[in-house]
Design a binder for this molecule. Structure first.
Ligand SMILES: Nc1nc2c(ncn2[C@@H]2O[C@H](COP(=O)(O)OP(=O)(O)OP(=O)(O)O)[C@@H](O)[C@H]2O)c(=O)[nH]1
Ligand SMILES: [Mg+2]
Ligand SMILES: [Zn+2]
Length: 302
């Protein structure tokens, strides 16, 4: 029998699909390559005893992926927003934050930055001053403490998740799964404590997994996709133009350069470089822009 459903977990060529009637099927694809991602809408054929085959992937609204230029990894599909989780401690990588912001912009998905662990007060000022730049660029930045301020999460953070499919991303140890468990108590995702108890190693979340916010299973109430923390975010698949659009502070200067095809790296009469000199563009942001432009395979190949 054929069913429509959604992929709630992807592991290599194996997928867990929840059908629209609420049945959970462990599925595989027939082709060699695994091209489906968590969040994909699919048509499946049940083959009995809780198993099935993915027949087709429905057209996606969006698909977030990362790439090192050789391999592309699909992260998740059909997203309404990204919640990038950073923490006061351990310190977070600003480069990784910047890369994730560019990735989100490349697929037109809105972003919220969540600063977790604000209870670790001695590290709070440092994290706040780093993030002030991003707030000034127009990104929504929320502060929270999953451990000590459950009421604050419920009143300030949780309302942004209702009715949407949100991807939680960020480095390992920032508190993504802890936040998920707070928002979706029936999720019971493994956090560091649990994996330490089971001795499963440092990375506690190993695959992207989708959880419905509603305990009753109503998909319209929204969903959260928890992902494993990563240390790098390759964006070699983006064109230089897409990289450029991922930096909101460059927008006022685009189209103002002497050369129409200006890459804003060393060209004379470059409006972006002039803005950098004036201090209208932050040096650390420009440095990331330059790095991503040079990483772009279509830039290297031209
Ligand atoms: N002090 C403090 N610790 C927190 C808070 N939120 C989470 N933690 C702790 O941070 C550690 C990491 O939390 P996880 O939820 O496993 O982090 P994660 O982002 O899911 O990590 P990965 O699955 O490895 O990507 C755990 O020991 C949590 O208890 C918080 O608000 N304050
Ligand atoms: Mg986790
Ligand atoms: Zn330029």
């Amino acid at each position: 029998m054929k069913h429509d459903g959604r992929i709630v977990a992807a592991h290599g060529r194996h997928y867990v699909v929840v059908t629209d009637s609420g049945e959970r099927l462990v599925c595989f694809t027939r082709g060699k390559k695994s091209e489906a991602a968590c969040g994909d809408r699919v048509e499946v054929e049940a083959t009995g005893s809780g198993q099935g085959v993915v027949l087709s992937i429905r057209p996606r609204r969006n698909l977030l992926s990362r790439s090192n230029g050789f391999r592309t990894k699909l992260l998740a599909a059909n997203l309404d927003q990204l919640a990038i989780v950073v923490a006061t401690s351990p310190p977070f990588s600003e480069e990784l934050l910047g890369r994730t912001l560019v990735a989100a912009s490349s697929v037109d998905v809105p972003v919220r930055i969540l600063l977790n662990k604000v209870d670790l007060v001695d590290k709070l000022d440092g994290a706040r001053s780093t993030l002030a730049l991003y707030a000034s660029l127009g990104y929504a930045v929320d502060e929270l403490s999953v451990r000590t301020d459950v009421a604050g999460v419920a009143s300030h953070t949780a309302p942004h998740f209702g009715g949407r499919t949100t991807l939680l991303v960020g480095q390992s140890g920032m508190g993504k799964s802890s936040l998920l468990n707070l928002l979706v108590p029936h999720a019971q995702a493994a956090t560091r404590e649990i994996s330490e108890a089971l001795q499963t190693g440092k990375h506690t979340t190993t695959d992207a997994r989708l959880y419905l916010l509603s305990p009753a299973g109503d998909a319209a109430d929204g969903a959260i996709i928890d992902t494993p923390g990563f240390q790098e975010y390759g964006l070699a698949h983006l064109t230089p133009g897409t990289v450029e659009r991922g930096f909101p502070e460059l927008r006022p200067f685009l189209g103002q350069c002497r050369f129409v095809n200006c890459a804003h790296l060393h060209e004379p009469g470059c409006a972006v470089l002039a803005a950098l000199e004036r201090g209208d563009v932050a040096r650390r942001r420009y440095d990331l822009f330059e790095k991503l432009t040079r990483e772009s395979s279509s830039f290297r190949d031209r």
